[in-house]
Ligand binder design. Sequence first.
Ligand SMILES: CC(=O)N[C@H]1[C@@H](OP(=O)(O)OP(=O)(O)OC[C@H]2O[C@@H](n3ccc(=O)[nH]c3=O)[C@H](O)[C@@H]2O)O[C@H](CO)[C@@H](O)[C@@H]1O[C@H](C)C(=O)N[C@@H](C)C(=O)N[C@H](CCC(=O)O)C(=O)O
Ligand SMILES: Nc1ncnc2c1ncn2[C@@H]1O[C@H](COP(=O)(O)OP(=O)(O)OP(=O)(O)O)[C@@H](O)[C@H]1O
Ligand SMILES: N[C@H](CCC[C@H](N)C(=O)O)C(=O)O
Ligand SMILES: [Mg+2]
Length: 520
Amino acid sequence: MREGTVMELGKVLDGVNIKEVRTYKVNHPRIMTKQQDGEDTSLALLKEEISGLAYDSRQVKPGFLFFCIPGLKFDGHDFAAQAVAKGATVLVVERFLKLEVPQILVTSSRDSLSQGACNFHNNPSQKMLMIGITGTNGKTTTTHLVEAVLRAKGLSVAVIGTIGNRLGERSWLATHTTPESLDLQALLAKMEHAGAHAVVMEVSSHALDQGRVDHVEFDYAIFTNLTQDHLDYHGTIENYREAKSILFKKLEQGEKKTPKRAIINNDDLHGPFFCQECSVPIITYGLHEGAMIRGTNCLVTPKGASCDVTYPRGKVTMKLQLTGLFNLSNALSAFAIAYAEGVEEKQIIEALRAVKGVPGRFETVDQGQPFSVIVDYAHTPDGLENVLMTAKKVARKRLITVVGCGGDRDRTKRPKMGSVAAQWSDWVVITSDNPRTEKPEQIIEDILPGIHGVTETSYEVIVDRKSAIKRALMLAEADDLILIAGKGHETYQIIGTEVFPFDDREVATEILRGLGYEKA
Ligand SMILES: CC(=O)N[C@H]1[C@@H](OP(=O)(O)OP(=O)(O)OC[C@H]2O[C@@H](n3ccc(=O)[nH]c3=O)[C@H](O)[C@@H]2O)O[C@H](CO)[C@@H](O)[C@@H]1O[C@H](C)C(=O)N[C@@H](C)C(=O)N[C@H](CCC(=O)O)C(=O)O
Ligand SMILES: Nc1ncnc2c1ncn2[C@@H]1O[C@H](COP(=O)(O)OP(=O)(O)OP(=O)(O)O)[C@@H](O)[C@H]1O
Ligand SMILES: N[C@H](CCC[C@H](N)C(=O)O)C(=O)O
Ligand SMILES: [Mg+2]
């Protein structure tokens, strides 16, 4: 929807289960009341024009429809007065408020927002090929790989995810891995308007649970893997898995006529569960027997990885500039989509080989020093173990790891990350990640029991992340590998509620320069 566009309220709310409408006599000239026109006020209200939607009172502009959402931190109903003061003409509520403004009572204002956003932006996902990727690890990486193979088909491909939202040279601000429904529908509409034929997007478990993608119709859904994360939010791994499965159940619904497919990791313990949740055709991929798209003869080197890919029509060799067995797995899911879309095998292989790397994922910091420095976004026990296994394989001498855990996130993953770091590293420097509103020392206390379980590994605690990175780089000798984990592409550190500039790659570069290493 272009700036300045308006839509009738009834059209915006088409499909929303409205329980009751209350109109109030207000000063706004466009809101009719019984006293003025004598007809049914609710019907008159539904004919009113809305100039925009908002779920955050701070974003309201005159003529907007404001959705009052009860959240975990705040209750949007408490901001209704502020929204009205800023010009909201109608409210969507879960309980009527004592405010002199028309209100529409619904069971879930969040679900209504999702439907309203889709209507207001003219259902953009209907007009593009939509690929959704879910799983604990590998989503961002896989978006890049799928983007590459679909571009090989000649499509203009937009990407939505943790690192950003983009289409070719154009980019849009990303505040979440998967945006709130309203922001997502607006973004999809902009991407479609900018010429996107396809959108490949990360779909987080939070987004699925909160209905952010409820009215996005996907053509393909990829499941990468499921391991521990976000138990602070979901409570149990079963709930977490259930949230992820929504993406696959959704595939059978919708209006698109084209066939839909689920692309499922056959190597993952939970693969069969996701297969069960689907009633559309499934393509499995993996490095073990049973996968329809299977990688064998895998080779992992410091500069990349390769394997043979066996698929229903034949066999090819796939080479990546990305290293690690897990990236071969990520690439096989991209291969599966391209294959289903009829892209020629040779083109798929060429496209995958051309992907240079994903920012902050096994990214090298090179100032000509005689040891390797790698920055990686691993922030779950499984992600960390995978990257450490790869680092161990390619390190010529010691593996020194700098790692911490984020605050206000799953506490129970902390000792597990400590344990994994200790098992695979020769030396661990435990530090802070994004402490957010938690005390960094307390987060580290949660990590340490995991380290203590692995007695032979040496470690030290340095709370300040910059000092921890410096210490690791000072310890490094020729041929060692220093892995700085957890923050990858992030260019900030969140301490309390403040956001400070901090980029592991820049910090490491600056320290290396201070140590006398300067790239020629
Ligand atoms: C836990 C979680 O996902 N929370 C999201 C959720 O918050 P919430 O429902 O609890 O809402 P709330 O903050 O209590 O506010 C309630 C309502 O009051 C409104 N409000 C609030 C303040 C105000 O001044 N005026 C106002 O109108 C809010 O806009 C909202 O509508 O809805 C909000 C609006 O969309 C999100 O910003 C918020 O993301 C928070 C900030 C967050 O940190 N989310 C993370 C965990 C997240 O979603 N991560 C996933 C990726 C995870 C992964 O990588 O695996 C993601 O997709 O980004
Ligand atoms: N398939 C995989 N299996 C396990 N670990 C992986 C896999 N792919 C990537 N990783 C590890 O996980 C880290 C994060 O990868 P990526 O950013 O692609 O995941 P993500 O699912 O997008 O994460 P987020 O949930 O934060 O959005 C990488 O830096 C790497 O260490
Ligand atoms: N999307 C993940 C990223 C975690 C990255 C790590 N640096 C942290 O801050 O915990 C989350 O919000 O849980
Ligand atoms: Mg991501």
